[in-house]
Ligand binder design. Sequence first.
Ligand SMILES: [Zn+2]
Length: 885
Amino acid sequence: MSEREPIQPEPAFDDPSVVDPYRLPGGVSPVRYDLTLVPDLIAASFSGTCATALEVASATATVSCNALELEVDTAWVTTPGGGRIEVTKIDLDEESERVAFTFAEPIPAGRATLHTEFRGVLNDKLRGFYRSTFTDADGAEQVIATTQFEATDARRAFPCWDEPAHKAAFAVTLVVDADLFAMSNAAEVSRTPSAAHPGRDEVRFADTMVMSTYLVAFIVGPLEATDPVDVDGTPLRVVYPRGKGHLTDYALDVGAFCLRHFADYYGIPYPGDKLDLVAVPDFAFGAMENLGCVTFREILLLVDPATTTQAELLNVTDVINHELAHMWFGDLVTMKWWNGIWLNEAFATFMEMHATDAFRPEWDRWVTFGLARTAAFDTDALSSTRPIEYPVVSPADAEGMFDILTYEKGAAVVRMLEQFLGEDEFRDGIRAYLSANAYGNTETTDLWDAIEDATGEPVRRIMDSWILQGGFPIIDVDLVNDGRTLRLTQERFAYAGDLGEGEPADDGEEPTAPDDALWAVPLIFSQRSTVGDLVTFEKVLLDQPTLDLDLVEPVEWLLVNTEGTGFYRVRYAPGLLAALVAHAQSDLSPIERYGLVDDVWAGVLAGDQSAHDFLVLAEAFGAETDLSVWQRIIGGLNALDRLVDGEAREALRHRVRDLLRPALDRLGDTPRPEDTDRERALRGVLFEALGTLGHDADVHARARVLLDAGALSPDPALVAASVNVVAAWGTEADFDDFVARMKAATTPQEEQRYLGALADFPDPDLVRRLLALSITDDVRTQNAPLLLRRALTNRDHGDLAWFFVTDQWDTVNTRFPSNSIARLLEGIRSLSAPAVAPEVFVFFEDHEVPQGDKILAQHLERLEVNVALRAREAEALTAELRAGR
Ligand SMILES: [Zn+2]
């Protein structure tokens, strides 16, 4: 990876006189790659040849394209008339990640074909063309060669024009051992014994549609495929490491549903000729939208619904939907340059939920989205947040875009716009945008303009205020003029606790948003009249600091952010808040109740409200029945639990039990036939919180019984919860048992449950064992960063994990995928104890995370917020709990 460069002033990309060092020179463009690769899985290397059909604008004797960590042995050019031009020089430049060919004479303008022969290494860094391994049922190690090219790693596999705007067709041939499975983006055309490579087969695939290099994929190994399912003419398969075929039915169901859903929504047939969903044992990301050949972590594709929790199934469903949404939005229509990656990801995240909501309406996907929206708010409240879109010069600048602000905030603002404009009107704009730009490349504004044309609303002006500045507003809501006028006021929301130090090392990036920033807020509010007992709602665009609206009738209550679709927080005048809390269970929807709780918790972090206020509010929700609302309440209680010890902590546990026990008793402690999926999930959530946060003795005993019943247990939600309950109070014998269960697990979900829970054990020696385990071959490098992140959040021993990570800093950075380091460090947000927090700030004064400096700055600032929360609230909360108030 090249070193990250500071962002320069906005370059004039469209001015041909400006040479941008990060973009290939114009004048020569690829039209079609005829690519043959010969991987050697045992030697971990490959050789290849490529004939790239080019369009040459004007005669030139030099051609430059991208190549990295390749040996390019030779090259020549052929012309349509049968001419051949020899190469005189091949210059590989590591720094610019390019290869420059100089030819004996100029290549004439028009069509020509560049021929290259090259060699490379199958690396173990989970990028480019790389090796992944798994142990088969007989205990033998098996090797797979697979690819991950986004953003700019296709250049590690073959010389290419590795920029999203250089779309071309790809004709791939793989020469593989006769007993191995081989696949690529398009359908297999032929498989014949190779004359040049005895013992191997030559597998040829059809031409792809024109597409960007980052979407190319090829995979070779001891894999198997399900029989194809015909989805309106598209053959759909799941491909998996040998022996895991029994875990594929669910993904086929989701894939088939979702292909139809998107073809219908977009009004365009699926653009590929086949679709394979491929489970890869080692994978740096969650999944990747290679056209027709989508790759996944095993845990996000292979699943046994009978032993899987609703949350785990939801994850699988979402990720499949996300990647398939990209087949159109991303693959068929692609961003011109990497600054547009956020829209690609934000929109796919929005569409994944849209499809999941259609697939399982009873899962209330848009209510669950509240939790992800909260996580986006949490980062976006920091001064170290960033605008969703920012100028991107080098591709490395865009690496920082693969974060929560792109995915979750991006999806939230798209959802806000959709709900404000109307679902059908919004969809019409999307359809117009896709069909106008099919097989092409776009800028973000092309989408806004298409939706603006379809709706007549000022879409570009609204979205610019959300996309081009960081942060979000809080809306103050009050009634004035004797309750006859509603007054809405917006200001930027911020947490309290910027300690004035540890300010992110700003490298000249755009300021996120000034304190007096304004947003064009598409606001929806509802009210219940005291007269007609009617609930009505209204839409208004709040694009000024304050807006007064006259109410027709006096209101019993008034709610801003109806159905929780807006990306803003709300702060009510005290009387209005009390009225909403009083009517919450009778009149508000689950996501609206969620918003009430969430906004009050945010107020605690902002210093507007106290921990006491939150506890009182939580206790007013004893009759709550919704999964997401309870998850939000429990999240706040967990944070309070970190602020108190001893007698006060005992008192808090008591209050937690008083609040949660009746809710669990209402559901019963075993599944009922009439339970919805969300009720079963809620039972698990309440059970786990009672057992961990509430330290409930009955739950502890029952959790052990449920674990011993294992697969015979009636309910995956209770089993998964029991794993975490037992870990929270577990002994050395439990730890050994969990390691054995992890190794013997029959599904990826079960393996992950036991592995993850190892980070929660209360005994420091067991935490040390887990930490040592994390850098051995017992834990895949794709999983270890997530495990260490969880260990950093261990309530009592997060400091051990911190000192381990700093001691092993070099190992961590060389062993784990580069994109995972900043994610691992998310765990430092929890290290607010006085003994460790200062150490964290000091460490990062002279240690860097090149691929995630912005994300690290956010983790550090969020830690400051937690340090300030502790300083502000711990003493008062302790006193209050001990006094039993
Ligand atoms: Zn995506």
